[in-house]
Write a new protein. Structure first.
Length: 288
C-alpha cells in the first residue's frame, strides 16, 4: 500500500516548513512527499537543501493545476467572509487529493510537527492522529449536515495530520453525487453549516464553517474501522515559548502565534529563517 505525504505550503509558511521538517523522521511509513503550493520548485528546493532537507523522493504540484482542473474551488470564496480565502484553501486541498493516485494520502500542514513516531497506516488500516474527546464548536454538525450521517467519534481530527485513502475519496464523490447532485466540491460547501459572525469580525452575518480534516476523518470511519493515536499539542503563541516545551507532556508542536508578523520569518536577503538555530536548539533540548 503506497503512502504519499501531501504537504500544503503557502508562502507565509515557508519558515515553519523549514523548521518542522527538522523532525520529519518522526513521520514514518511515507514513501514520498508532494508539495502542494503556489511556489515553484526552483524557488523552494534550494531552501530545503540549505536546511538539510532531503527532497530526493519529493515532487511539486502547483496550485495552478487545481485552478485549471477544478475551477469550482472559487465557489468557496464569499464576499462577506472576513476570512477571505480560508475556505478556498480547504477546497484546494481536497482537489489536490483527487489528483493523486497513491493508495493513502497524508494531509500535512507544516505549522505542526510530531516529536514522537507516527505512522498513518498500520497493517493496512488508517491510524488517525486525533485530539481525544474534543469537539470544535465551529464544526459541530458540519459532517451530519453534508452527509446525513452522524459524527462517527467523540475525537477531533483537526491535528494537521490526516490520512485519506483514495478509495474513500472516490466513494465520497459518488455519495455526494447521489445525495446532492452537481459537483462534489460544490456539494460540500453548499450544504455545510453556517454560524453568525461576532463583532469585530462581522455584524452577525452568516458564514460557512468547514474542516477538511474533521470531515475526511469522519468519512473514513463510515468506510472501515481505523485506529487512533492521541495528539497532545504544545501550542506556542509566541516564539519564546518554544523554550517551555516539555516532551514528557506533549508529542506535537504547533505554531499558534496569532500575528504572523511575530511568528517565524524567512529573510529573503540572507536566505535564512530568522533565529532558526536558537529555536531548533530549544526543541532539541526538550526532546533529548
Amino acid at each position: 500500500m503506497s503512502t504519499v505525504r501531501v504537504m500544503f505550503l503557502a508562502r507565509y509558511r515557508i519558515p515553519h516548513a523549514l523548521f518542522s521538517l527538522q523532525w520529519d523522521h518522526y513521520l514514518q511509513g511515507i514513501d514520498r512527499t508532494i508539495v502542494a503550493t503556489p511556489l515553484t520548485r526552483e524557488e523552494l528546493w534550494p531552501m530545503f537543501e540549505r536546511y538539510g532537507i532531503d527532497t530526493s523522493t519529493w515532487d511539486l504540484v502547483s496550485d495552478d493545476v487545481v485552478y485549471r482542473d477544478y475551477p469550482e474551488v472559487n465557489n468557496w470564496v464569499f464576499p462577506d467572509d472576513f476570512r477571505t480565502y480560508w475556505l478556498r484553501q480547504q477546497a484546494i486541498k481536497l482537489a489536490f487529493l483527487d489528483l493523486i493516485q497513491e493508495d493513502v494520502m497524508l494531509m500535512h500542514d507544516p505549522d505542526t510537527f510530531m516529536i514522537e513516531p507516527y505512522r498513518c497506516v498500520q497493517d493496512g488500516v488508517l491510524n488517525f492522529m486525533v485530539l481525544a474527546n474534543t469537539t470544535q464548536g465551529s464544526y459541530d454538525g458540519m459532517f451530519a449536515a453534508i452527509t446525513g450521517l452522524p459524527r462517527q467519534t467523540p475525537h477531533c481530527f483537526v491535528t494537521e495530520l490526516v490520512p485519506v485513502k483514495r478509495t474513500h475519496l472516490q466513494n465520497l464523490k459518488q455519495y455526494l453525487q447521489q445525495r446532492h447532485g452537481g459537483l462534489w466540491l460544490d456539494a460540500l460547501i453548499e450544504h455545510c453549516t453556517s454560524m453568525p459572525t461576532i463583532p469585530p469580525w462581522g455584524t452577525g452575518n452568516l458564514i460557512k464553517w468547514f474542516s477538511e480534516y474533521e470531515f475526511m476523518g469522519n468519512w473514513a470511519l463510515t468506510q472501515e474501522p481505523a485506529t487512533f493515536q492521541f495528539q497532545r499539542r504544545f501550542e506556542y503563541d509566541s516564539l519564546d515559548k518554544l523554550r517551555d516545551l516539555d516532551a514528557s507532556r506533549f508529542n506535537a508542536v504547533c505554531d499558534a502565534v496569532p500575528d504572523l508578523t511575530q511568528s517565524m520569518q524567512y529573510d529573503y536577503a540572507t536566505g535564512r529563517v530568522v533565529d532558526f538555530d536558537r529555536y531548533r536548539a530549544w526543541v532539541n533540548a526538550a526532546i533529548r
